[in-house]
Design a protein. Sequence first.
Length: 647
Amino acid sequence: MKYYLLIPFLPLAAFMINILLGKEVLRDKAHWPSILAVVGSWLVTITSVLPQVMAGKIINEDLYTWIVSGTFNVSVGFLIDPLTAVMLVVVTTCASLIHIYAVGYMHGDTGYYRFFAYMSLFTFCMLMLVMGNNFLQLYFGWEGVGLCSYFLIGYYFDKKSAADAGKKAFIVNRFGDFGFGIGVFMIFLTFGTLHYTPVFGNVAGIAGQTVNFLGWNVDLPTLIALLLFCGAVGKSAQVPLHVWLPDAMEGPTPVSALIHAATMVTAGVFLVARCSPIFNLSEVAMNTVAIIGAITMFFAATIAITQNDIKRIIAYSTCSHLGYMFLACGVGAYGAGIFHLYTHAFFKALLFLAAGSVIHAVHTNDIREMGGLKKYLPITYAVFVIAGLSAGGFPGLSGFFSKDEIIWSAYASHSSVGKFVWVLAVAGAFFTPLYTFRLIFLTFHGKHRGAHHGEQGGHHGEHHIHESPKVMTIPLMLLAVGAVAAGWVGIPPILGGGAHFTEFLAPSVGHPEFHGTHAEELGVMALSTGIALFGLGLAAFLYLRKTDLPEKIAKTFSAVYNVLYNKYFIDELYNFTIVRPTVWIAKNVLVAVTDAKIIEGIVNGVPGAIGRFSGKLRRVQTGLAQHYGIMMAAGAVFIIALVLLLR
């Protein structure tokens, strides 16, 4: 039996059950179809699919013919290879724990059934994206997760900021997906098919070919790769299309965790890794991926150190870590990029869900209104520290092994931009623990600074603070195990491991070619670890010892601080150059001219003309019989005269 078919279709069935029966029948039990479905998908992945792939079996089967038009023939099919297997483990594991956590977090919400319906649909779309064996099915899942992100980010649709954030995510992604769609067209025009196997099998034949694109002769592999990368830039929130991701925090915290850890934003990294045979043909495309990733990593990390919203800080952390993944892919270390995607899923889901536990307790997102929560939320604090250490790349934890492999890959690669992106990667190793532990220290240490339930002052508010229920803390503890140990499958040979993760992925993404000695690798590892420790030490010094110093630094370097606090004014730039002109054109051209004069002119003008004509015609109907008799006689004379003339 093809058990792998259950993996995507169980969540789809849960969506159908909840959307049809959730409101009237299931009500507060609406979580059960969704949880059972995603846990079922996880069980099939772990017990059936993963063992087969580890044994060397690759599944590539078509389920049925989807579209046939002339030479265009696409099926709904599934490709399960090592890359797919890793993504299935990531998606089903994290989604299962997030669904369970959401039972406690969303308890009592008026749209409870709707939330779980959307979560199931989101999971289905992501699973179809990673399991598809052709570009059209990939695109279907790609747009599906985009649509679901709109539903879930704008879940609280009666709240303007949430509704705006949902629209922003959907619209910004349209820019990237436009390029991605053209890339898919180019693949079909070049290869005559959209199925991975024949495309990647014949991709070497297009090396060196050029094509006229918008009047320019460009390298064909470069064009296709960069068009595909446009989609990845949007979906994975890379510069310059990163602006939607921080605003996505308007959705419920489980949504943030699912988007950032297991679905949607990881799709861009998966796309580049899946299409590695195409990207490998173009040095320009590879360098572009590496540079965009490195800049995003540094850019987002510097913003994170000034933000005060607990979820937005973690959101910028996601942008930064995604930059690491693209950096790795850009220097040819696809295995390292996917390895970091895998470890990142655990510690980032843990960071978001732990943040949700804090918000659940204190009912604010502002870390300036927190403090002193360590004694009230001991489990949340413990897992937060574990996730922070893993994210910071501290030795022995999951994030250390994957981030170190990326930094070493950048240093030792043959890429012409390798050293440049390596410098930024090392800088990121400093900023990550700095902003992460700034968040932890301000949230859990010191005195409680916030108000709770309208009560001013620390002590009164503190009486209401308590640890989250077990349905929320147990998933946190399980994710903490992943944040600690998930990376142990990829311990490098220099530390006594066998780099098993990279070897496992080799059939899908190949082996990278690097140069460097063991001494250099140890030196790079020691440098990045030392810098990470320095970042943690600086955070402790600034936010535990000299707590008045950060404000003094912000005032002394107010220009730099304002740039970082306002996120480099990118949103303001887009508002001035894109949003405002678009709104002006909409109001003054589309509405005032096109709509009011042309469309309404036609809609209102045609009936008006008919009305005026009928008004004049109506005057012929006088109601006097002698008038009608005269007209009939005149008509008869006219007809007779016409007949006589034509004879």
